[in-house]
Write a protein that binds this ligand. Sequence first.
Ligand code: HEC
Length: 106
Amino acid sequence: MRTTAVLVSIAITGLSALAQADNTELGKEVFTQVAQPSCTICHALSDAGSAGAIGPDLDELKPSRDQVINAVTQGVGVMPAFEGSLSEEQIKALADYIISVTTNAN
Ligand code: HEC
């Protein structure tokens, strides 16, 4: 079981390094894989390769950081709240990611 412990600690170190080095990478992963139901089912976002049409097209909407955080945390309309399933860090990373691929401002 020592091997398992070593692998787990490598995975944890790797994940936190990733989150610090590049929050947008984490955000993309949350957008495409971690969030359940996936953001991609309902939203189009060209960087993520998604074409969901239930919610607004995020390339066009260009939501602000607050819009992303509020929508994901509390839900909006038929969009579910992710407060119980995503951490604050994952939600912030999502906002960083969406902003970085939809605006030229930063
Ligand atoms: C079940 C479909 C569904 C899923 C899954 C979903 N959304 Fe949404 N989302 C919607 C709909 C529908 C709206 C529009 C709600 C309204 O304005 O009434 C919306 C709105 C939004 C908005 C705009 C909020 C605003 O202030 O106008 C953002 C940003 C957003 N979603 C991001 C996300 C992200 C990020 C995820 C993944 C964590 C996600 N959504 C998952 C359906 C979904």
